[in-house]
Design a protein around this ligand. Structure first.
Ligand code: F0G
Length: 472
């Protein structure tokens, strides 16, 4: 009798396995409630995964925002909090970490990313201005609109195609941007809004060549180039992997070079920077900094804490250093890719190439029988929760909201359900469980009937909207 030797996943894929560059020191028990209780919880939550209690969730892939595990060094740093109202030593540590790794001269803490988006939008945008960017992000665009601006998507066309295998689907279409500048006039464009690993496109990266071309074009037109650095360290990994000339450069070097082509950045430190709460805003221009430093006092707190406690700033400063480690980024993106590859092997439609922070299920191809107005991606998130207690997030028509001019739904080409992987939290076995659940939902796809929105809040509706199942 021949005895079959079990193979590791690496062997099956014809390569050596990687492992996480950390071990677990503290555990948090997980619990899966019964299917019957999940059905009740889902109904009570109006079929919106944002409205579920986390106690009713088994594996939480709602977001990678503020959900990461801190290291022992970060926890030790929490004990070194200098809780002074003004001039906390932890602020200076944070300032130094941002200057060292992102390279900007002036640094302001904020309570999280949208606090920074608010300040930069209010400071630079005047009513009637236009802001081009590489695909919208929900809070970013809303703050630009609330400041009186109009957002224009100038991302490359491939970004809207979930099946395109282009390596840098986060790039700006430079010709499109140039045409827009010609049409609107540079004086009505306060800045170009560039994001690393574009969230709504599936976590797709921007190339170094693209940011260099943007630097040249914006400088020629006297327009600022500002970066949403939320997942920029992860973007650096894709440059290292895919762009000629960068294979031997470290994540830290690539990040620093990329930022050097921009005039400033806002940051949700809850992602790349490995903390549970926090953000920052950084610029090079003295006059812009002066205004921001004044405004931060109105909305966030004094310019040396900006809504954060001393201990949180310390954990953030340490998190920044850890976030640019090559081993960390490789394992982090490797885990996302592992889940994506399993799903591809099983014929589940996802956005390709697999991005940095999440696997995005393509709900259009998953549920070809559902029209977009029946919220296919929201339906898929609900079905997945029902099947296994795995919580995901809609990134489709509900997230896109309404056109401020016409009041009609914006109908994005991408109708996606996001399986977002927290950093340093789940194991490969958790990814297997998630993949098996997605497969089970896919096998039962023909039975899905879609949802109707029965409550719609005015701003960022996806967070709090409620739905009801459509009958078959
Ligand atoms: N920019 C990007 C690219 C983001 O993904 C987020 C948040 C923000 C800005 C806003 O930062 O949440 O700290 O105020 N994204 C979260 C997500 C909510 O789940 O993708 P924040």
């Amino acid at each position: 009798m021949t005895h079959e030797i079990p193979q590791t996943m690496g062997q099956q894929l014809g390569r050596r396995s990687w492992a996480e560059p950390w071990k677990v020191k503290m555990v948090e028990p997980l619990r899966m409630i019964s299917r019957e209780d999940r059905a009740t919880a889902l109904r009570d939550a109006g079929y919106n995964t944002f409205l579920l209690r986390s106690d009713d969730v088994y594996i939480d892939l709602l977001t990678d925002s503020g959900t990461s595990a801190m290291s022992d060094r970060q926890w030790a740093g929490m004990m070194l909090g200098d809780e002074a109202y003004a001039g906390s030593r932890n602020f200076y540590h944070l300032e130094e970490a941002v200057r060292t790794h992102y390279g900007y001269r002036h640094v302001l803490p904020t309570h999280q990313g949208r606090g920074a988006e608010h300040l930069i939008s209010q400071t630079l945008i005047k009513a009637g201005d236009h802001i081009p960017g590489n695909m919208y992000f929900t809070t970013t665009r809303l703050h630009q609109e609330l400041a009186g601006g109009t957002f224009h998507d100038v991302i490359v066309a491939e970004a809207h195609d979930p099946e395109s295998l282009a390596p840098f689907k986060g790039d700006v279409d430079v010709a499109k941007l140039e045409a827009l500048i010609g049409q609107i006039g540079a004086d009505r464009i306060p800045y170009v809004s560039l994001a690393g690993t574009v969230n709504m496109a599936g976590g797709q990266p921007v190339s170094m060549a693209n940011v260099r071309a943007l630097r040249e074009l914006t400088a020629r037109n006297g327009i600022r180039l500002l970066l949403d650095a939320t997942r920029m360290a992860e973007n650096a990994f894709f440059i290292q992997e895919r762009e000629p000339g960068y294979a031997d450069r470290s994540i830290a070097e690539i990040l620093f070079e990329f930022c050097s082509y921009t005039d400033g950045a806002w940051m949700s430190a809850k992602k790349d920077n490995l903390v549970n709460i926090g953000g920052w805003l950084a610029v090079n221009d003295d006059a812009v900094y002066e205004e921001l430093r004044n405004l931060v006092v109105v909305y966030e707190g004094l310019h040396t804490y900006g809504g954060m406690s001393g201990r949180d700033m310390e954990a953030l400063a340490i998190g920044i250093e850890e976030s640019v480690s090559d081993d960390h980024i490789r394992a982090r993106i490797g885990q996302v890719r592992y889940l994506g590859e399993l799903l591809v092997d099983w014929g589940v439609p996802i956005v390709l190439p697999v991005g940095g922070h999440a696997v995005f299920l393509d709900a259009r191809r998953f549920y070809p029988h559902l029209p977009q107005d029946a919220f296919p991606a929201q339906t898929l998130a609900a079905e997945l929760y029902l099947d296994s207690g795995v919580r995901s997030m809609e990134r489709g028509i509900a997230s896109a909201g309404r056109d401020p001019a016409t009041g009609d739904h914006i109908r994005p080409r991408l109708e996606l359900t996001r399986l977002t992987i927290p950093r340093r939290v789940y194991t490969q076995a958790h990814m297997d469980v998630v993949a098996e659940s997605v497969k089970a939902v896919h096998d039962a796809r023909e039975r899905a009937t879609g949802l109707a929105m029965v409550y719609e809040p005015r701003y960022l509706r996806f967070f709090q909207a409620r739905f009801e199942p459509l009958s078959a």
